[in-house]
Design a protein around this ligand. Structure first.
Ligand SMILES: C[S@@+](CC[C@H](N)C(=O)[O-])C[C@H]1O[C@@H](n2cnc3c(N)ncnc32)[C@H](O)[C@@H]1O
Length: 314
């Protein structure tokens, strides 16, 4: 199994770090690449609280928990961020980082069902101890609902054709593995569209994973909570991996950077909504050529950074 190589690591840590004595949150521990780099930059007074919804990530954090008293981890999805902060005694938070999506170990393990490169059961849960696997959830979905999921979460042009074929296969009970799903996506595409630069199953797998894990619901709750919980001048750094995710992050932050809802033609603001965040890096930072050649996962990574303004309320 491949190790997880953290993406955009230098820019992520630089963007997050404002005080070496501060208290930070890594909302997506994964295998702890970013957390370790952050701890290396903190003093003995600094602290990192990490979250991950995957029990395997929590296990992987065991050594670090024993080695470093400045580190602690909680098994929680990041929609539970406010609760995790409250349980930690409501410290003043200097920075909160998100590195969204799945880790390399999650993708590489066939039994997790994330990848069409290896054959496994249709699961796709980041937390296999909660909710139901994809195979069960597909049984309760209409063709119309599935089309909507594949189109809106995967930007897939052929969502209708793919959904129709998946629903027929579910009914006939001939769809239970990732390779079978890959095969369905391939054959549901018109022949001319089967051999483009991305594999025909890529967007459907992405869409189903987003749906199974309620990824957009998680992002909406967690990013709002993060902006609310940051101390004045605290930093929010978010790495996303596809345009739908990145647009969501941008819009959530932008709503706090420019919250005024008055019509443009008004000479002055009467809604009274004042900014609570400012952009540090509005245009997403992307991987440079060195990183692109050494870590293919960095190809689609986009990093945005913002800062909490003092004396403001969200
Ligand atoms: C890209 S990896 C993070 C890698 C990490 N930065 C590192 O350097 O090892 C994403 C991690 O976030 C976790 N994750 C994704 N969505 C989550 C959520 N809603 N709540 C908590 N953890 C989540 C996944 O389980 C995975 O371990």
């Amino acid at each position: 199994m491949k190790n997880h190589v953290p993406v955009l690591a230098h820019a992520f840590i630089e963007g997050l770090l404002s005080d070496p004595d501060g208290y930070y949150i890594d909302a997506t521990f994964g295998r702890g690449g970013h957390t370790r780099m952050l701890l290396n930059r903190l003093s003995n007074e600094g602290h990192v609280l990490a979250l991950d919804r995957d029990p395997q990530a929590i296990e992987a954090a065991d050594i670090l928990t024993r080695e470093d008293p400045r580190f602690q981890i909680v098994h929680s999805d990041f929609a539970g961020l406010e609760n995790a902060i409250y349980q930690a005694g409501s410290p003043s938070i200097c920075g909160i980082g998100f590195d969204l999506g799945v880790s390399s170990p999650q993708i590489d393990q066939a039994e997790r069902g994330f990848s069409f490169q290896v054959d496994g059961p249709l699961d796709m849960r980041m937390d296999p101890s909660a909710g139901q696997p994809l195979s069960e959830r597909l049984k309760r979905l209409s063709e119309k609902e599935l089309t909507h999921i594949i189109r809106s979460f995967g930007d897939e042009r052929f969502a209708g054709r793919i959904a129709r074929t998946i629903c027929a296969a579910v009914q006939k009970k001939v769809l239970s593995t990732t390779r079978e799903l890959e095969n369905i996506c391939f054959h549901a595409m018109p022949p001319k569209a089967r051999h483009g630069s991305t594999h025909p199953a890529t967007r459907t797998f992405q869409a189903l994973r987003i749906w199974v894990n309620d990824e957009y619901g998680q992002i909406d709750t967690a990013i709002k909570a993060a902006m609310h919980c940051l101390a004045p001048h605290g930093r929010l750094a978010v790495i996303s991996f596809h345009s739908g995710e990145d647009r969501r992050i941008r819009d959530l932050i932008e709503a706090q950077v420019h919250p005024c809802t008055c019509p443009r033609e008004f000479p002055m603001c009467i809604c009274g909504k004042t900014p609570s965040m400012r952009w540090i890096q509005k245009k997403p930072i992307r991987a440079n050529d060195d990183e692109l050649s050494s870590n293919p996962r960095s190809r689609s990574a986009m990093l945005r950074i913002a800062e909490r303004l003092p004396e403001s309320a969200i």
